[in-house]
Design a binder for this molecule. Sequence first.
Ligand SMILES: NC(=O)c1ccc[n+]([C@@H]2O[C@H](COP(=O)([O-])OP(=O)(O)OC[C@H]3O[C@@H](n4cnc5c(N)ncnc54)[C@H](OP(=O)(O)O)[C@@H]3O)[C@@H](O)[C@H]2O)c1
Length: 327
Amino acid sequence: MDKQTLGISNIQVSKVGLGTMAFGRWIDASTSRRIVGQSLEIGINFVDTANFYGKRQDIDHIGDGLGEQIIGEILKGKRDQIILATKVGMRMSEGKMGEGLSRHHIMQEIDRSLQRLQTDYIDLYQVHEFDPHTPLEETLSILHELVQQGKVRAIGCSNFAVDQLRAAYDISNYHHQTPFTSIQSQFNLLARSVEHNVFPYCDQVNIGKIIYSPLARGILAGRYSSIEDIPVESRLAKGEARIKHYFTNENFNKVDKYRQIAEEVGCTLVQLILWWTLEHPQVNSMLIGASRTAHIDEIEKVIQFGKMPVSLWNQISSIDKIPNIEE
Ligand SMILES: NC(=O)c1ccc[n+]([C@@H]2O[C@H](COP(=O)([O-])OP(=O)(O)OC[C@H]3O[C@@H](n4cnc5c(N)ncnc54)[C@H](OP(=O)(O)O)[C@@H]3O)[C@@H](O)[C@H]2O)c1
């Protein structure tokens, strides 16, 4: 599988990365193990997690580290084969020090993540979202120290708006500190705003682009048709309320159009969507949220499709009225 270098780092990640938000949350340790094993077999070298991922997320919105713990067990003896990314910043305990991007919280959480992941370094340590209560200078300075200490190889951010990303870049530059190597953003055929603002800035200053939720958390997989009809085994049924943001007539109409194109092409809706995303010129790595081994089979097929004809890529793109790339 193709690999791409993330920003100014020497970290090379596979074009498809394994997102593990489901591990310990909706799927057990043995299914997680099978998914990782199969991912490695098809050439995925990039595994993304967060201290926050686990069982309690859907109960009281507090992280319990279960996802990291499961990955730590699975990666025993395989650590060197993997680019391992995790995140910090979401709520891990009650109280004002239990979340955010303060020096105190990050220092506490890095050691906990290393312990759960059973490793002495993290390849890419990402801040999960912008923290309006902590000066960026404080966050960037502790992240820089972690790189110098060797606990972390590179740092990244997630869910930052372009102004926040620009501010972070300027601060790191000014203080000669480690800059963010990458950003992890939501990006899919129903949510493309980063194409207009975040991605162009990343290209300008060489920040890597990792994208998440390519299937819009299942909407673009055709998992749902209306709010009245929620499949029993779906993430929405299991408590992931965020999916509801996608439930609009406009989105369901777009899904119908993508489905029609998939039928004409002779592939599944999921394959068409993932193929388009993989071929997007601004995507360095696409995180898939596999919850079954069959999902890895599907991505393997997509990789075998090779290059998507430009006319098809543009046809799909035009449904959301984003300018075409040049043929
Ligand atoms: N930085 C952040 O704030 C953030 C936020 C979200 C995610 N992420 C990262 O990005 C990863 C991917 O996000 P996501 O899980 O939302 O991705 P996604 O690809 O948009 O959604 C995956 C979901 O789609 C459904 N699905 C149906 N057919 C599928 C197929 N063939 N292959 C894969 N999924 C299929 C499954 O849901 P059902 O089980 O309901 O069928 C699956 O859980 C996460 O694991 C995490 O690492 C990061």
